[in-house]
Design a protein around this ligand. Structure first.
Ligand code: URA
Length: 213
């Protein structure tokens, strides 16, 4: 039997369309943190479970106003079971500190995918769709006032668009009813110093938005 991805491939439907149904159709399971942690730890909803070391749920303050969402665990995160613990994580901590935040104080950090794609390849639409209920459950549990989406992949997945990151920055979107601000992924900023100034503008926009809420 053809999978949904095979059908998309057959039909030649592009990534933006494939992503479009992901965040809008997926439903959060009604559950608490214990069930969610357990479900992610034992998840076999996609084939990433065959290659990951462990599922990486998230870290930080579970009652946070700020929800920071990245792409997927990398090698360090897969090994240690916590998001953003490598070099990109150090930069993320510095970015948060620049607007007076810290990862364990009023901030919760997670990723769109809870399992590492092998070799850090891009996540596939079927993997995003399979993982989306976990992210939705986290959003329902944390009840953040604002979401900060890190990088093209998180932004496009949450906003169900194929628009480039540059066109998504600089304004406040909504994920369902929650204000969402887009900025560069810290791993990208490590390679592209000139965009750090733009990331600072994004963080200021996020901070101003939060202050108004
Ligand atoms: N990049 C991400 O998007 N998430 C992590 O947890 C680490 C690196």
């Amino acid at each position: 039997m053809l999978s949904r991805d095979d059908v998309y491939k057959e039909l030649g439907i592009g990534p933006a369309w494939r992503l479009r149904d992901t965040a809008s159709e997926a439903r959060a399971p009604a559950c608490g943190w214990d069930e969610l942690s357990d479900a992610v730890a034992h998840c076999t909803r996609c084939r990433l479970s065959e290659t990951r070391t462990q599922g990486v749920l998230g870290v930080g303050d579970r009652d946070a106003d700020w929800l920071v969402i990245g792409e997927a665990p990398g090698a360090d995160e897969d090994r240690l079971g916590e998001p953003f613990v490598g070099k990109a994580g150090k930069l993320l901590d510095a970015m948060l500190a620049s607007i007076g935040l810290a990862r364990d104080n009023n901030v919760y950090i997670t990723n769109v995918l809870k399992s590492r794609p092998p070799g850090n390849r891009d996540p596939e639409p079927g993997e995003v769709a399979a993982c989306m209920p976990y992210l939705l459950a986290q959003i329902e549990l944390v009840k953040p006032k604002l979401i900060l989406a890190l990088g093209r992949f998180a932004a496009q997945s949450l906003l169900a668009t194929g628009a480039p990151l540059a066109s998504l920055r600089g304004r406040v979107h909504a994920f369902r009813t929650i204000p969402l601000v887009v900025t560069y992924h810290p791993a990208y900023l490590l390679r592209s110093l000139p965009d750090k100034a733009r990331a600072w503008e994004d963080l200021c926009l996020a901070r101003r938005t939060m202050q108004r809420l």
